[in-house]
Design a protein around this ligand. Structure first.
Ligand SMILES: [Zn+2]
Length: 276
């Protein structure tokens, strides 16, 4: 982890969105981001911002004009997800969390900062069964798993992506239980994994094969562990892993070591089914 300071001078009317404490003087944006994995930033002349302080954290969504009506939806989902992960795993480490729309197709996590692709906004249909809700829950999860608890995203990407996919499920379980079946059918589906959960990125030839084996199978693995341990023990385990892994990098071995200490049941069958 590192402490970042960035001082960015822009041409007029540009909004710079990044993670951390912000001091703005005219066109000069001064960001301070302590104990972070990455300093990411995005800028636009078109952003409109919607902000809400809640529980000691200020949440802000920056949307492009055509999606401005959906800023409040993204903001509500961000806050709901952050409150859920705080209660399940432990505290969020910064005073702010910023979410900014990106005109391209993808979404991505950075420390204190999330980028949501315009295509996620385009998928919004007035219900909770769409990518705007699901991927917001996913990207916010990375503030806990990837941000606070780090991992090697190339060699063991399941540690953050499996948890992010699984936390989509926990979001729906908490806030939209009637949509849980939809989530299983749409986010996970019936595609079969081609490699174990803990495979490196280099094990896959296509993005889809990577998603199925690492993200989706990661969520299946965590769900199977939760069933084996019972939800209370499982929650104790992940809180423990969060506390012990905070501001460090964890490996699959660390995950298994904490699991073995906290499980109180034999988990070897589940572990063998998913991990190599
Ligand atoms: Zn992810």
């Amino acid at each position: 982890m590192a402490d970042y300071t960035a001082i960015i001078t822009t041409t007029p009317d540009v909004t710079v969105v990044a993670g951390g404490d912000l001091l703005r003087t005219g066109n000069v944006w001064h960001y301070d981001l302590p104990r972070a994995r990455t300093f990411g930033m995005i800028a636009s002349k078109q952003y409109q911002a919607l902000s809400l302080p809640f529980g000691g954290v200020t949440y802000t969504v920056y949307a492009l004009p055509r999606h401005w009506p959906l800023a409040s939806i993204a903001l509500k989902t961000t806050i709901q997800a952050a409150l859920l992960y705080t209660s399940l795993y432990g505290p969020y480490p910064y005073d702010s969390l910023r979410v900014a729309e990106f005109s391209g197709p993808w979404s991505m996590e950075f420390s204190g900062f999330v980028v949501l692709g315009a295509s996620e906004f385009d998928d919004y249909d007035g219900t909770l069964r769409n990518r705007l809700i699901r991927i917001t829950a996913h990207e916010v999860s990375h503030q806990w798993w990837y941000g606070v608890v780090g991992d090697d995203q190339i060699r063991e990407p399941w540690l953050d992506e499996g948890l992010a996919r699984f936390n989509e499920l926990r979001y729906y379980e908490a806030y939209a239980p009637r949509d849980v079946t939809w989530w299983w059918d749409n986010a996970i589906g019936v595609n079969r994994p081609t490699a174990p959960v803990n495979s490196p990125v280099s094990a896959f030839n296509t993005h889809n094969a990577y998603l199925i084996s690492v993200y989706n199978q990661g969520a299946r693995f965590l769900d199977a562990l939760r069933k084996r341990l019972g939800v209370n023990r499982f929650n104790v385990f992940l809180r423990d892993l969060y506390q012990r892994g905070a501001f460090r990098l964890i490996t699959t071995q660390d995950f298994l070591k904490v699991l073995q200490e906290d499980a109180r049941v034999d988990v070897r069958g589940v572990v063998r089914r998913f991990l190599k």
